[in-house]
Write a protein that binds this ligand. Structure first.
Ligand code: NAD
Ligand code: DAU
Length: 339
């Protein structure tokens, strides 16, 4: 079995590659990644010399390169993680989000149509459903919740989802889609809430909380997401969407306070800053379908997962310090100075 994993030098894709190589030693895993600012080859260093792993630097929008790779590898399964993934960057500059997240998905699926595939899997997000109110804890996103996006990022992901379902209906492409809630864990790029707060707290820098910090996200440990995708690509039904989430809703401010406490840093580091434009209030996933059909349940409790994550950032300072010492400084200045 040959599996092409796009975006495998990023946060979730790299964790997925480690999971797959560990669980299926007879599979060949091919990572296709452009190595944008979010991709990091050092993340894949532990598996780079594995005989059943190949890394290819390339853009999922590059039709010629993608088709050539399919000719060489004849993949059985494609799992498409490659995307521009940060909401704040999409608000600043939407163009590349439409290009990679929509057009890149088209190129990958065109290659699947041309060369044949057992399964094309699209890694999507709960953000395609928009948001939920804080005062209706009974409301959760199900797979039939209408798409109702807020940001250029979530709109590009929703557009891709529609295209994936269109390729299934029109061309019979054997597809599946998973829509997951917020992940956390090792190798999370430090522009995102949890790693940003850990890195800033360790450097005694202000912790920039958007608005009042009351927005709620449904946090899932990244390994649990990877296990869910593994189940969907092997046992999930073609043409279906599966929601993935941990029943673990938390307000941003509570997460930031928890990080301060775990690191022995004062809450006086917290700085309330201007809110994100169009900021989604609450995400909450109903994972009943993947549980009843495929038996998936999250295994890592948030209390354990966040401790493991903090320990990982303490033990792997070089990984994130290298990132935040480069071009990231310009990004940080643009995004947070005078905010
Ligand atoms: P990330 O930003 O950490 O990694 C993205 C990876 O894709 C990087 O390695 C980057 O180099 C690569 N990439 C970007 N553009 C590319 C292109 N044109 N061609 C090839 N490679 C390209 O993202 P992530 O947080 O790991 O998210 C992975 C996927 O999961 C995304 O599709 C995202 O929408 C989805 N998702 C993320 C979360 C989350 O909480 N992070 C939750 C649900 C779904
Ligand atoms: O829900 C899944 C989505 O989760 C994925 O599709 C996205 O790719 C991923 O980036 C994530 O999106 P969010 O916008 O929820 O994640 P982020 O870490 O950017 O922000 C989480 C919350 O924290 C959000 O309410 C904004 C807030 N925040 C974020 C940053 C970076 C702050 O208050 N301060 C910050 O500095």
């Amino acid at each position: 079995m040959t599996v092409i994993v796009t975006g495998g030098a990023g946060f979730i894709g790299s964790n997925f590659i480690f999971h797959m190589l560990g669980k299926y030693p007879d599979y060949r895993i091919v990572c296709l990644d452009k190595l944008t600012y979010a991709g990091n080859l050092s993340t894949l260093a532990p598996v780079m010399d594995e005989p059943n792993f190949r890394f290819v630097r390339g853009d999922i929008c590059d039709r010629e390169a993608v088709f050539k790779l399919f000719e060489e590898e004849k993949p059985d399964i494609v799992v498409n993680f490659a995307a521009e993934s940060h909401v704040d960057r999409s608000i600043e500059d939407p163009g590349v989000f439409l290009q990679t997240n929509i057009m890149g998905t088209q190129v990958m699926m065109d290659a699947c149509r041309k060369y044949g595939i057992r399964r094309y899997h699209q890694v999507s997000t709960d953000e395609v459903y928009g948001d939920l109110p804080l005062d209706r804890p009974d409301l959760l996103f199900t797979e039939t919740t209408p798409l109702h996006t807020s940001s250029p990022y979530s709109s590009s992901k929703a557009a891709a989802d529609l295209l994936v379902l269109a390729y299934h209906r029109t061309y019979g492409l054997p597809v599946s889609i998973s829509r997951c809630s917020n992940n956390y864990g090792p190798y999370h790029f430090p522009e995102k809430l949890i790693p940003l707060m850990i890195a800033n707290a360790l450097n005694d820098k202000p912790l920039p909380v958007y608005g009042q910090g009351l927005n709620v996200r449904d946090w899932l440990y990244v390994e649990d997401h990877c296990k869910a995708i593994d189940l969907v690509i092997h046992k999930g039904r073609e043409g279906e969407v599966y929601n993935i989430g941990g029943h673990n809703e938390m307000a941003n401010i509570d997460i930031v306070k928890l990080i301060c406490k775990a690191l022995g840093k004062p809450e006086s580091l917290i700085a309330y800053v201007a809110d994100r434009k169009g900021h989604d209030m609450r995400y909450a996933i109903d994972p009943t379908k993947i549980h009843t059909e495929l038996g998936w349940l999250p295994e890592t409790k948030f209390a354990d997962g966040i401790q493991k994550t903090i320990a990982w950032y303490l033990e792997n300072r070089t990984w994130w310090e290298t990132i935040i010492s480069g071009e990231y400084q310009n990004y940080y200045e643009r995004m947070y100075k005078d905010r």
